[in-house]
Design a protein around this ligand. Structure first.
Ligand SMILES: NC(=O)c1ccc[n+]([C@@H]2O[C@H](COP(=O)([O-])OP(=O)(O)OC[C@H]3O[C@@H](n4cnc5c(N)ncnc54)[C@H](OP(=O)(O)O)[C@@H]3O)[C@@H](O)[C@H]2O)c1
Length: 368
C-alpha cells in the first residue's frame, strides 16, 4: 500500500535527504578530494585476488561502474545482463583500463567475463550458476560477491516484480552453494529509498484470480506509471534480505546487505523523466548538480562490499542498510518486518521457485 504518510516519509528521508547529500555533502567532498585521490580508485595495485564477483545489470549505468570498481579491487568480474554488444564494449573498456593502470610492476590483472542473464527466468539463473562454476575452475577463484543490481522502473507491474524481486531470489539461491565455499562472502541487494513509499507488498497487489494463476502471474501487465509497484519491489527485495538473514543456516558465512545508490543520472532515471526534462536538466547543468554520476552511485554500492568483516560470523538477524556508502541508512520498519517477510515468501515467492535448490531447512523451523 502507498498512503500519504508513506509518501511524506519518502519525500523527507528519500528525496530531500538525497538532494541535500548530492548538492551539499557530495560537492564538499569533491572539493576536499585531490585529483590524485580521485584517480586512485582506478589504479590496479594488486594482482587478481582469486575471488569472483557477479554483478547483474552490468550493462547499465550503475552496474557497469560497479563491475569496473570491483575489477580494480582485484576481483574476477562476471557481467550478467541481456545485451551482449553492450557487455562486449564494457568488457573491452575495463580490460584496457586495467592494462593501462598497472602501477606497481607487471602483475596479472583480474579477468572479466560476460554471461547472458534474464532476471525474469529461473533457468537463466541456473545457467549463470553453471558458468560461474566453470569460471571458478578456470581461474582457480571462489565466488565471494554477488551484487543483485539489475532493475527496471516504469515497465509493466508484473515485469517489475519479476525482474526486481524474483531475479535476485533465483540468482541468490542458484549461487548460494558457490558463495558458501568462500570464507567470507557477501550478497548486496541493490535497493532504493523508493521502498519508503510502500507500506506492504502483498496486501494491495490483489489475489490470484484463480487457483492455477500464481500471485505474480495475476499482476496487471499495465505500466507502473505511478511507480507504486517499483516502490513495492524495492520493499520486497529488502524483505527477502531479511529472510536470508533469518533462515540461512548459521554456519553459512554469507553476509546479506541492502544498499541504496542514491539519485543517479542513468538511463533508468532518464527514461522515466522523459526527453524534455532530460534536455532541460542537461542544458542548465542541473543534472550534474542534482544527480550522482553512475560511478558515484557505484561507489555507494561497492562500499558495502568493502565493509563486510572478513573474520566474523555474519549478523543473522539485524538489517544492514547502506545509504550513500554508509551503513545505518533510513530503512522503513516494514523492510525489517519478519511477519511481512514471511507473508511475502508464502504468497509471492514460494509459488515461483521450482528449479533452484533451497538451503536445507529453509523456513521449516518457522512452520512454513
Ligand atoms: N538510477 C537511480 O537513481 C537509482 C536510484 C535507486 C536505485 N536504483 C537501482 O539501481 C539499479 C541499477 O539501476 P540503473 O539506474 O543503473 O539502471 P539502468 O541504467 O537502466 O541499468 C539497468 C540494468 O539492468 C539490466 N536489466 C534490465 N532488465 C533486465 C532483465 N530482464 N534481465 C537482466 N538484466 C536486466 C540492464 O541490462 P540489459 O538491458 O543488458 O539486460 C541494465 O544493465 C536498479 O536496481 C535500480 O532500481 C537506481
Amino acid at each position: 500500500m502507498v498512503n500519504n504518510a508513506s509518501i511524506l516519509r519518502w519525500a523527507v528521508y528519500g528525496i530531500l535527504t538525497e538532494l541535500f547529500h548530492n548538492i551539499v555533502v557530495r560537492n564538499v567532498r569533491r572539493f576536499a578530494k585531490s585529483e590524485a585521490q580521485a584517480a586512485a580508485q582506478f589504479k590496479l595495485r594488486q594482482p587478481a585476488r582469486s575471488e569472483i564477483a557477479v554483478v547483474t545489470g552490468s550493462t547499465g549505468g550503475i552496474g557497469s561502474c560497479i563491475a569496473r570498481l570491483l575489477a580494480f579491487k582485484g576481483y574476477d568480474v562476471v557481467l550478467c545482463a541481456r545485451d551482449e554488444n553492450a557487455a562486449n564494449r564494457i568488457m573491452a573498456d575495463i580490460r584496457l583500463a586495467l592494462k593501462d593502470s598497472l602501477v606497481d610492476g607487471p602483475i596479472e590483472p583480474p579477468s572479466v567475463y560476460f554471461v547472458e542473464y534474464h532476471a525474469d527466468d529461473e533457468r537463466s539463473a541456473l545457467q549463470v550458476a553453471s558458468r560461474v562454476k566453470e569460471i571458478s575452475i578456470e581461474t582457480n577463484s571462489k565466488l565471494s560477491v554477488l551484487v543483485n543490481n539489475a532493475g527496471i522502473m516504469g515497465h509493466s507491474k508484473q515485469a517489475t516484480i519479476k525482474v526486481n524481486l524474483l531475479g535476485p531470489v533465483f540468482l541468490t539461491f542458484a549461487l548460494l552453494a558457490h558463495l558458501e565455499e568462500s570464507e567470507r562472502a557477501v550478497v548486496v541487494n541493490v535497493g532504493s529509498s523508493a521502498h519508503l513509499r510502500a507500506t506492504g507488498v502483498v496486501e494491495d497487489l490483489g489475489d490470484p484470480s484463480g487457483p492455477s494463476v500464481s500471485w505474480v502471474d495475476a499482476l496487471p501487465t499495465t505500466a507502473d506509471e505511478d511507480l507504486s509497484t517499483y516502490a513495492k519491489s524495492k520493499l520486497a527485495i529488502m524483505q527477502f534480505s531479511m529472510l536470508l538473514r533469518h533462515w540461512l543456516p548459521t554456519r553459512t558465512h554469507v553476509h546479506v546487505v541492502d544498499a541504496h545508490p542514491g539519485l543517479v543520472w542513468t538511463p533508468l532515471l532518464r527514461n522515466h523523466i522523459g526527453d524534455k526534462a532530460v534536455g532541460t536538466l542537461t542544458k542548465t547543468g542541473l543534472a550534474k548538480l542534482l544527480y550522482k554520476t553512475p560511478n558515484e552511485g557505484a561507489q555507494a554500492i561497492v562500499a558495502a562490499v568493502d565493509d563486510v568483516p572478513s573474520d566474523t560470523e555474519p549478523s543473522k538477524r539485524e538489517q544492514v542498510y547502506y545509504e550513500n556508502g554508509m551503513a545505518g541508512g533510513h530503512a522503513s520498519t516494514e523492510s525489517r518486518s519478519i511477519d511481512q517477510s514471511k507473508e511475502l515468501w508464502k504468497t509471492v515467492i514460494a509459488p515461483e521457485v521450482s528449479s533452484v535448490d533451497l538451503p536445507p531447512g529453509w523456513g521449516q523451523q518457522n512452520g512454513l
